[in-house]
Design a protein around this ligand. Structure first.
Ligand SMILES: [Zn+2]
Length: 81
């Protein structure tokens, strides 16, 4: 059985699905019995979710140019509404 410390340590990897299967199983088993870690992962997933949304990479320059052309054709930027 993993310790809370081990779960916390590999939490990001686990949530990204990057952890090896045995590790995932260990974390899963731990979460079944440990409310603290369940709560911790829930909070972390919320945080990561927010961070992901904030860190969406900007579009490639050619996409940006294409959008600029579309907006220009419509008269003004952001006129999609
Ligand atoms: Zn725990």
């Amino acid at each position: 059985m993993l310790t809370c410390h081990q779960v916390a340590e590999g939490a990001t990897e686990y949530m990204e699905g990057a952890a090896p299967p045995m590790r995932r199983l260990g974390v899963w088993a731990h979460l079944r019995v440990c409310r603290n870690c369940r709560e911790y992962l829930r909070q972390l997933s919320r945080t990561i979710g927010l961070a992901r949304r904030a860190l969406v990479p900007p579009p490639a320059p050619e996409v940006e140019d294409g959008l600029a052309a579309i907006f220009a054709a419509q008269g003004r930027p952001g006129a999609a509404e």
